[in-house]
Design a protein around this ligand. Structure first.
Ligand code: LLP
Length: 420
């Protein structure tokens, strides 16, 4: 677990300062037990059976993390992959093709063929894709995604339901989707939706479930081969001190009973599927960095660190809040308000910001050499990292109790320069 003991941050039983010293900064570190406990939360929290989780690998595709999610969630957890690369890494992690769904958007025939060849179920995102899929793989199994006109999420960029969203087949066109499926003799085994990401108020999720289930109900006669309904991911985690985690036992009960009631009406038990990404990995991850600059303008005291939005883009992309702590003196004083900024040559490269701009954060007085931990960075951290400014991507470390192991090497500058 990640904890503060005697004013110092620990991952498992290892002081964060020791980890940063051993692996160097910047570095991503993940706590194995946190991920395992999140998998257990979900598997136990949703009582309905049969129940499947397709972990949205885009949140964190590190091979070692996929392996441990697979091990902890054996028999229940599979993978939601959005690219051939994610299919490949899921297979390498030991997931079987039947445990993977390819939830594609704007994909080529080649990408679909990649999935078809590997016997991975394709989740079609548009009528035209379904048509192309039918031509490529007639008489096969398929799933399609519906836009239920209900969206939710922590930022406009991640709301995926409603008329502004490019995703899914508009609910009114489901009949046309079924026509295409019939034309190519496709068995529609799954119906899918995903309304957005970072949802802490669960009402929208339940509303969208109801919408999708009423669509299934309405088209019951044409969905004789249906095996599962996939309600997507989106379960949020708290980032800000004032945010509360969702009440999982209540949410789990509501989801289960809604689905149970539906199956009663439908006349047979279908599998309930969800696709969490963030929920499983966000809180396990920390990005460590070292302060190398302290300077002031009349408005802000800037604390510069050896990482930037190339390694953690969420504050820059969505104005997202990430807790930041001084690893060896978390609650230290005196304190001052500072802007923690990165080493990328853009003014937006500030970790303490919202969408409008800089929001100073109160931290213990910092000086060059201090090691900081940017918390709740396990989801959409490394997986969205780039080599912008020709800076290599950081290494990744997995902590398990007293042990820490490198699960991805620091990227070599040669690789960035020559691409090999
Ligand atoms: N299923 C589908 C089809 C998705 O598109 C996504 C996320 C998920 C599941 C998992 O959503 P989650 O449970 O992680 O909320 N980069 C953004 C998040 C983008 C999410 C994209 N799709 C961020 O850092 O907040």
């Amino acid at each position: 677990m990640i904890s503060v003991k005697g004013n110092s941050l620990f991952l498992g039983e290892i002081p964060a300062a020791e980890l940063a010293g051993r692996f160097g900064t910047p570095v991503y570190a993940y706590d194995e037990e946190t991920i395992r406990s999140k998998v257990r939360d979900l598997v136990q929290g949703i009582g309905y059976r049969p129940f499947r989780i397709f972990y949205a690998a885009k949140a964190n595709t590190n091979l070692s993390i996929l392996r441990l999610i697979r091990e902890e969630g054996k028999g229940v957890v599979g993978i939601d992959a959005v690219s051939p690369g994610e299919i490949e890494v899921a297979l390498k992690a030991g997931f079987k093709p039947v445990e993977i769904i390819f939830t594609s958007t704007s994909v080529t025939d080649e990408e679909m063929k990649f999935a078809i060849l590997r016997k991975v179920l394709v989740n079609c995102d548009s009528l035209s894709q379904l048509e192309r899929y039918g031509r490529l793989s007639p008489n096969s199994r398929v799933c399609f995604r519906v836009n239920p006109d209900v969206g939710a999420g922590h930022h406009g960029h991640v709301i995926t339901g409603g008329p502004d969203s490019k995703f899914g087949i508009w609910a009114a066109d489901v009949g046309k989707a079924l026509d295409i499926a019939e034309k190519y003799n496709l068995a529609v085994v799954g119906i899918h939706e995903h309304i957005g990401s970072g949802i802490l108020e669960t009402e929208k999720f339940l509303t969208a479930m109801n919408v999708l289930l009423s669509i299934v109900e309405k088209n019951k006669a044409r969905l004789q081969g249906l095996e599962f309904v996939d309600f997507g991911g989106g379960i949020g985690v708290p980032y800000r001190p004032d945010q509360k985690p969702i009440d999982f036992s209540r949410f789990g009960r509501a989801v289960s009973s809604l689905f149970e009631d539906f199956c009663g009406k439908f006349g047979r038990k279908l599998s309930l599927v969800i696709e969490p990404g963030r929920y499983l990995v966000a809180e396990s991850g920390v990005l460590f960095c070292t302060v190398n600059t302290v300077k002031s303008t009349p408005k802000h005291r800037f604390v510069g660190v050896d990482t930037g939005f190339n390694h953690l883009i969420r504050p820059m992309a969505y104005g997202s809040y990430h807790p930041i702590v001084l690893v060896d003196n978390c609650n230290g004083s005196p304190r001052e308000k500072v802007a923690v900024c990165g080493n990328i040559c853009e003014s937006g490269d500030v970790f303490t910001r919202n969408e409008e701009g800089i929001v100073d954060r109160e931290l213990p007085v910092l000086k060059e050499g201090c090691v900081l931990a940017i918390l709740v960075a396990g989801a959409y951290g490394f997986s969205m990292a780039s080599t912008y400014n020709t800076r290599p991507r950081p290494p990744e470390v997995l902590v398990s109790g007293k042990n820490a192991k490198l699960i991805r090497k620091r990227e070599d500058l040669k690789h960035v320069i020559y691409g090999m």
